[in-house]
Ligand binder design. Structure first.
Ligand code: 5GP
Length: 192
């Protein structure tokens, strides 16, 4: 998506450790007009799939996911990072290794908000190794919900998550795919 690539080129900062910082429009300050366009694009891509629920993970996925949810006229559920290890029986839960923080989080979704009647579009801001998406897919599997696909704002195509998910037959649509990035000179190239 040209609009998103231009924004990444303008505002994105390449950090050591394969981290792309987009604090200016997505991860700290949020550009709501851009979020609306991302939501519109996810709707265009998945409009024929009878999506009746959007699922993301707190916190950075929420801004994009709420816009997608508005287009689908479907509720948005965000998986929460559990505060304690004592998870009660009323939630689906999965372990997710955080790419940016390097620690394992238990993420939970209440059984009230996800079940076998749901056709789920999973949305997230970044796709790197796929841990976040795999955790959300695992939660959907536990709930008996169907994952119709995953919508990602920025995929880092040089990391393995996207290829692994697609090889498993999961539809993954990323609106910008970073082919390469270099912290030494700040350069970013995109895959088309
Ligand atoms: P994965 O689980 O696919 O390895 O990483 C995806 C998650 O880690 C996303 O939810 C996102 O919050 C975070 N993440 C991964 N790579 C980046 C990055 O380059 N920049 C930022 N801002 N977040 C990232």
């Amino acid at each position: 998506m040209r609009l998103l690539e231009d924004k990444i080129r303008q505002d994105g900062k390449v950090k050591e450790g394969n981290v792309l910082k987009v604090d200016g429009f997505l991860n700290h300050q949020i550009d709501p007009m851009l979020m609306e366009e991302l939501g519109r694009e996810f709707y265009r891509l998945f409009a024929d799939y009878n999506v009746n629920k959007i699922l993301t993970i707190e916190s950075s996925g929420i801004a994009i996911a709420i816009e997608a949810a508005r287009f689908f006229k479907a509720p948005l559920v965000f998986a929460k990072k559990a505060k304690t290890k004592n998870i009660d029986g009323d939630v689906w839960s999965s372990e997710v290794m955080s790419f940016t923080h390097g620690k394992v989080n238990t993420v939970i979704v209440s059984k009230k908000y996800l079940g076998p009647e749901d056709r789920v579009l999973i949305i997230d801001d970044f796709l790197a190794n796929g841990a976040a998406l795999n955790g959300l897919i695992d939660i959907c599997t536990q709930a008996g919900a169907e994952v119709v696909g995953c919508g990602i704002a920025i995929e880092k195509g040089f990391q393995p998550g996207g290829a692994e998910l697609r090889n498993r037959g999961i539809r993954v649509e990323s609106l910008a795919i970073v082919e390469s990035m270099d912290a030494s000179d700040g350069s970013i190239t995109f895959r088309h």
